[in-house]
Design a protein around this ligand. Structure first.
Ligand code: A2H
Length: 252
């Protein structure tokens, strides 16, 4: 963690009822997997959600209606940021493992795909954000490689009980970058010859390259702000999500 606090946008990925047995006690409530992102302008391209299979999560009461599934660590931080039903005290309705979340159908704001699913990512850090990550394989090298691994490795899908119909077949392009085209993550992962989601050093380089170019040279090619520069669209999309209540701010 750095010296300066990092501000994330938490995207409320709504769990579509009816709930499976492990989530039954949450029935009747609005339940969300809350994903921390630095790139709200890419949300059109969400194809799935990522959870850590061995991760420990909880279902926390955020207010009278909403429940967020996140790590306990994030719930404590949220409770000190006015995002807990009981001020400064997280209330957990049930504990869940990442494995319990795999396969949940979700509806996420701005996503071009109507229903997306929670899938396993093995490199999620439990001491950053909420432990839930939304997947935008067009623009995130980590997301692109985790998806490649699932698509290319039937044994990996089997290990985590992932059904083929949960795995997105198509990437949804969001941003055009002159140097990298419409699927910058795929292009950079290919150019750097990245083999898997565990290729951490090369992925750090890929992230650095795409993050910077996307912001400085990128143009939106989808949604309300299509044709606008990413630099202009980013704050507009962030405020739109916050205003409509499909996202909240979170700092750590
Ligand atoms: B970003 P930073 Cl399109 N473990 O959102 C691993 N990764 C996590 C995480 C966790 N616990 N919590 C959040 N993240 C991811 C979108 C995106 C992101 C795009 C491109 C790049 C990118 C869609 N995934 O991040 O260490 C989230 O993925 C590249 C930096 O705080 C979040 O933003 O800088 C980003 O990492 C936060 O990472």
């Amino acid at each position: 963690e750095g010296v300066q606090p990092q501000e994330y946008v938490l995207i409320k990925m709504e769990v579509i009822p009816p709930f499976p047995t492990k989530l039954k006690i949450l029935e009747g409530r609005k339940v969300y997997l809350a994903a921390a992102t630095l790139r709200p302008e890419t949300m059109y391209g969400q194809t799935n959600c990522w959870v850590l299979p061995d991760g420990v999560y909880g279902a926390f009461e955020i207010n009278e209606t909403d429940v967020f599934i996140i790590t306990a660590r994030a719930a404590v931080n949220l409770a000190y940021q006015h995002l807990s039903r009981v001020p400064e005290k997280p209330t957990c309705l049930c504990e869940l493992s990442g494995n319990d979340l795999i396969g949940l159908p979700l509806k996420s704001p701005l996503a071009f795909n109507g229903t997306i699913y929670a899938l396993p990512m093995l490199t999620i850090l439990t001491d950053k954000g909420t432990g839930i990550v939304t997947s935008v394989p067009s623009d995130s090298p980590d997301d692109f490689m985790a998806l490649q691994d699932l698509l290319a490795k039937p044994a990996l899908r089997d290990k985590y009980g992932v059904k083929d119909e949960w795995v997105p077949k198509d990437i949804v392009p969001v941003i055009h970058i002159p140097e990298f085209g419409l699927k910058s993550a795929e292009k950079v992962c290919h150019d750097l010859k990245i083999k898997s989601q565990n290729d951490r050093e090369k992925l750090a380089e890929a992230k650095r390259m795409t993050y910077l170019k996307g912001f400085t040279d990128g143009t939106m090619i989808i949604g309300e702000f299509s044709g606008r520069k990413v630099q202009e669209a980013k704050p507009l999309i962030k405020h739109k999500l916050l205003k409509e209540g499909t996202a909240v701010l979170y700092s750590e």
